[in-house]
Structure formats: structure tokens, C-alpha cells
Ligand binder design. Sequence first.
Ligand SMILES: C[S@@+](CC[C@H](N)C(=O)[O-])C[C@H]1O[C@@H](n2cnc3c(N)ncnc32)[C@H](O)[C@@H]1O
Length: 263
Amino acid sequence: MKPDYRNWMPKGMIMGLGTAAGVLAAGSAAAVRSRLPLDRTSRHLAGAVLGLGAVGCLAGAAWSLYARAMFSYEGGRQLSRQIIEGVASYIELPEGGVGLDVGCGSGALTIACAKRNPQGRMVGIDRWGVEYASYSRKLCERNARAEGVSNITFQQGDARHLDFPDETFDAVTSNYVYHNITGADKQTLLRESLRVLKRGGVFAIHDLMEPSRYGDMDEFLRKLREDGFQEAQLLPTAYGSFMTPWEGKTLFLSGSALLVGRK
Ligand SMILES: C[S@@+](CC[C@H](N)C(=O)[O-])C[C@H]1O[C@@H](n2cnc3c(N)ncnc32)[C@H](O)[C@@H]1O
């Protein structure tokens, strides 16, 4: 049995964009040829607007196909795997220690951390909502079995309010989750994940952390140090470490950064 981590670019989105392009193109042609009581200019204007929409959807579908190929675990680039392994390399568990992966999706990062830390175990939590419908707890468990990893459990949970007491875990990690959580203050989400980390535990949280999403991260780092965190730094990852600047730009991942340190 092979693991199936799915793809960060869902097939459904590409199909949706392709279908929308087809429908809009047909609408554009119909508008131009329409026998509705509209003057020629109005018919051509409607046709042009619908045609532009079709071109936009087609361009979106083409870009989504490119992103899907880059992220694929089967493809030549395997960017998702490289990012997951890069984040996991920061997670070290003590003997018998327990680590948490927030928003584990298909279990890729949780499993990578568990593999690197046979002396401990990992817990993966996710909301498993409609926006990533192909991810599920069952899929995570199947992937763990396929990878021969048993020091791992998965459970439903919400990154906004983690169902664990303060200082439960020896390590906390996450990859590309918080930017999905609309309406929530991103620094508050980070604080919630760090709340459940034990003093002395390590963290590695990777996301699109540009100021427009996360606010002033220098100030955030300063506050962590003020609160007694032993180490805390923000490492940009779209300029060579996890991906090339070109990949970062074309995949809209230029704001990727890794918050790492020790509480
Ligand atoms: C881009 S996927 C990344 C999945 C995984 N971390 C990885 O690297 O493959 C984002 C994940 O965040 C999860 N997610 C979104 N909002 C969440 C929330 N409030 N609590 C927990 N998980 C959430 C989604 O269900 C999805 O699995």
C-alpha cells in the first residue's frame, strides 16, 4: 500500500475553473448571436464581458494545473514533500515526548515528524471541513499505516481553540494552515498553538506570513522573548531554502516563512 497525501491544489478546483471557462465562452458566443431585442453594441459588450471571464477562468485553470504538478508527491518537483521535510527537520522530541501538528490535512507533516522521532509520538489535529474535502482522519490513518508509522494519532480539532491544557506538548508544528482561517487574528492563532507547548519545547510553524496577513512579526518575536521564550526567529523560506524565488513568485508563496524556536 502506498501513502496518498493528495494535493494542496484540489482537482475539484481545476475542474470548476475549466467548467466555468466553458460555460462563459458558450455564453459569450450566444450573447453575440442572440436574437434578444438588444442593439448590436449591447450584444457585443455582453459577449466581450463573458469572453473575458472565460479567458480569466481558463488562465486560472492553467495556473492551477501548474501548481498541482509542482506540489504533486508523484511529480518531478515534489515541492510539497520538500516543504514538509524542511519543516519536520526542526521537530525534535525527547524520549517519550509528544508533538502536535495543527491542521494536519492528509497527515504528511505529522507522519514525517513521527518518522524522525521514533523515541516519541505525534498527534495530528484538523478541522477536516468542506474546503479540503479530500482530507480526512481516515486518510491520515491510512497514510500512517502505509508508511509503517505507529507512534501517531489523529483527532478532530480547531486551531482557534485547541482542546488541550496549557503546556501539554513537547513540540508544536504546522504547515500552511493559519492563512486559511479567515476572520481570525493570525498572531492570536500562533499564541494559541504556543500555549499548548511545554517550556523548553521546540516549535516550527510554517505559513504565508507577510505583514498584510500576520501584522508586525518583529514585534511578535520581541514579545515572545519578553515572555521568556529561549529562542524565536522568523526564517523566510521562499528565497532558496524550501523553494526558489521564481517558484515562490509563480505559486504565490513568496510570503512563506518559518517561525522556529524554543519556549
Ligand atoms: C493547505 S492544507 C495543509 C495541510 C497540511 N498541514 C499539509 O502541510 O499538508 C490546510 C489545512 O488546514 C486545515 N484547517 C483549516 N482551518 C482549520 C482550523 N480552524 N482548525 C484546524 N485545521 C484547519 C484544513 O482542513 C487543511 O487540512
